[in-house]
Design a protein around this ligand. Structure first.
Ligand code: PBG
Length: 342
């Protein structure tokens, strides 16, 4: 290269091109950026999903989710106390059920003293001010890892719904404040609402996993609850095809008609378009689940020194707010809450 060009715009000057509208003006300093910032993450936006395991004083790290643990109920209570002190509004519990208790129909979900219900009782007794959200889904309880009753290779919808509705009442009786069914069976929201009302739990809310997509991002979760080696096939006959958006709107509309108080989109970051559409369409409390695979990706890249983990974490969570979320289920909840407090 021995010939240098003279830098010049071809015709108009930048002032002529922009007609004086320079968007960088408000980005020039920290104070002006703060002044015009549109979305902010607070501790009030956080729901912390925690994993449960039988036993006492037991704490097992999940290999694919560094920094996330399966906790025995006594330790989960301690974490609930910590979460309440940090101002986290609610926890969502997910059990890793002993293999010997899992069967073809997931019958242990109907045990009033199963791991989930024991945890709800213990948490609400010790920390009544924190919200407890339980997942009325069969997958932690079935020997095949599916979210429904499996018969002749088919996930049977209506029987599964009856089982989930009964389980929801047991969960409410154990202290759950919000029932969040993640199974995507048809009619489950209406059946759960009827069952809760009939049992006198009018004040127990339903957060519908309204738009849950068939996704590869659930991988680490299946390790966490021990369904990884059990699951045969996939969940495409009940979760939404991840190529579909109109169908997600129809699913949300149906769940609201059946009585859902809140909507959830799951996974989170690859589905921000769905969050925005649901928020604009229905103006309902809308949540995202930043799932295990999303957590694992950020943690893995950060561990390799490829991204700044804290910054990527905060950026991903603010993105949910920008998309229209009222709150986010995230495994980063305690870490973020500590950072926001500092
Ligand atoms: C199933 C369920 C899933 C998650 C929570 N409940 C998905 C699945 O295993 O198919 C995923 C949560 C995550 O990945 O963090 N009822």
């Amino acid at each position: 290269m021995n010939r240098m060009f003279k830098a010049t715009t071809a015709g108009r000057s930048v002032d002529e091109i922009t007609e004086g509208r320079r968007l960088r003006r408000m980005r020039k300093a920290d104070w002006s950026r703060r002044l015009v910032q549109e979305n902010r993450l607070t501790v009030d936006d956080l729901i912390w999903p925690i994993f449960l395991i039988d036993g006492e004083n037991r704490r097992e790290e999940i290999a694919a989710m560094p920094g996330v643990f399966r906790l025995s109920v006594d330790l989960a209570v301690r974490e609930a106390e910590r979460a309440a002190k940090l101002g986290i509004p609610a926890l969502a519990t997910f059990p890793n059920v002993e293999l010997s208790l899992r069967d073809q129909t997931g019958s242990a979900i109907l045990d009033p003293d199963n791991l989930v219900n024991r945890a709800s009782r213990a948490i609400k007794a010790a920390v009544p001010e924190i919200g407890v959200i339980t997942d009325a889904a069969l997958d932690p309880f079935t020997s095949h890892g599916h979210d429904g009753i499996l018969r002749d290779g088919i996930i049977v919808n209506d029987e599964t719904v009856a089982q989930i509705a009964t389980a929801a009442v047991l969960q409410a009786d154990a202290g759950a404040d919000i029932i969040a069914p993640s199974d995507m069976m048809d009619g489950r929201i209406g059946a759960i609402r009827d069952a809760l009302d009939a049992a006198g739990f009018q004040d127990v809310a339903i957060m519908s996993y309204a738009t849950k997509f068939a996704s590869a991002f659930y991988g680490p979760y299946r390790e966490a609850i021990g369904t990884k080696g059990l699951l045969k096939g996939d969940k495409k006959t009940y979760y939404i095809d991840h190529a579909n958006a109109d169908e997600a709107v129809r699913e949300a509309e149906q769940d609201l008609a059946e009585g859902a108080d809140m909507l959830m989109v799951k996974p989170g970051l690859p589905y921000l378009d769905i969050i925005r559409r649901l928020k604009d369409e229905f103006a309902m409390p809308t949540f995202a689940y930043q799932v295990s695979g999303e957590y694992a990706m950020i943690r893995a890249a950060a561990a390799n020194g490829w991204i700044d983990g804290d910054k990527a974490m905060l950026e991903s969570l603010v993105a949910f707010k920008r998309a229209g979320c009222d709150g986010i289920l995230t495994y980063f909840a305690p870490q973020v809450a500590e950072m926001l407090r500092a």
